[in-house]
Design a protein around this ligand. Structure first.
Ligand SMILES: C[S@@+](CC[C@H](N)C(=O)[O-])C[C@H]1O[C@@H](n2cnc3c(N)ncnc32)[C@H](O)[C@@H]1O
Length: 259
């Protein structure tokens, strides 16, 4: 087994594939991010930093309440949340601050965040506990696998994808998560009238998103001129958006609905 990630000690590597290096966080008995479909090009490469004490504590003490184990089985949202409120799913919430803020602002919506980065999952649980948010659950897994195997058809009212990894070098564009196949994966899981909300600070990724979304006849653009929508106030500023702002990047929001 080779160590392609210099941040990991050999003892921390639990599995190594062409695409993904997995770290086994001490608190977990098994690698949490499995790669059952190893030939697929992943939208992420894990470079796990160490967990802070707070993140480790949040995972140890609160994972059983707010974390949903990936089992490959279908989820039952009404059982998980104890109600039948609409469900918003966010892919790649990073450290989770904006997702926690959104969940706090919308108590009548259930939120499911999916993230592969262990410190991010710990940070998200830590802040949701701190802020007393109860309508948010998290999964620590590849969202593509989660959508393939766990999300019931027509069960999601909004899918959020904010500032996905831009993979800005042309030779890495194949890793970008937004592709026609990604829409094939998620659209069947959206309710009729359900929304896809994406945002990015990379103009050429925004253009690519717009082209891919516009070419799909199962969804319609909510933008008046069939391009981007103004940045909605209900979307809290995310960590990567802040970073983009500091670099002088623009921000492009896209909201499409399922026909
Ligand atoms: C550039 S960061 C943006 C984080 C956050 N949305 C923000 O705006 O600050 C993209 C995140 O997506 C996560 N990610 C990428 N592909 C993923 C996948 N297939 N499943 C779950 N998380 C993924 C990465 O781990 C990373 O934390």
């Amino acid at each position: 087994m080779t160590n392609e990630n210099p941040e990991l000690k050999p003892s921390e590597i639990t599995k190594d594939t062409k695409n993904t290096v997995l770290k086994n966080a001490d608190i977990f008995e098994e690698p949490r991010v499995c790669v059952s479909d190893e030939r697929r090009i992943k939208s992420f490469v894990l470079r796990e930093g160490r967990l802070t004490t707070g993140q480790e504590k949040a995972l140890r003490e609160h994972w059983s309440t707010y974390g949903i184990e990936y089992t490959g089985e279908l989820l039952d949202f009404s059982k998980i949340f104890g109600n039948t409120n609409p469900v918003t799913v966010e892919i790649g919430f990073g450290m989770g601050q904006s997702l926690v803020e959104m969940a706090k602002n919308c108590p009548n919506i259930n939120f499911l965040g999916i993230e592969v980065h262990t410190p991010g999952v710990g940070a998200c649980i830590s802040s949701l506990v701190e802020q007393g948010v109860t309508n948010l659950r998290v999964m620590h897994h590849d969202a593509v696998e989660v959508f393939k195997n766990c999300i019931p058809l027509e069960s999601v009212s909004t899918l959020q994808l904010f500032f996905p990894d831009p993979w800005h070098k042309a030779r890495h564009h194949k890793r970008r998560i937004v592709k026609p196949e990604f829409l094939d994966l998620i659209i069947p899981h959206l309710c009729i009238g359900g929304k896809i909300h994406m945002a990015t600070d990379w103009q050429n990724y925004a253009e690519e998103m717009l082209e891919i979304l516009s070419n799909d006849s199962r969804i319609s653009n909510t933008s008046q001129d069939n391009t981007y929508v103004p940045r909605p106030e209900f979307r809290p500023l995310t960590k990567f958006e802040k970073r983009g702002n500091n670099l002088g990047h623009g921000v492009w929001d896209l909201i499409f609905t399922k026909n």
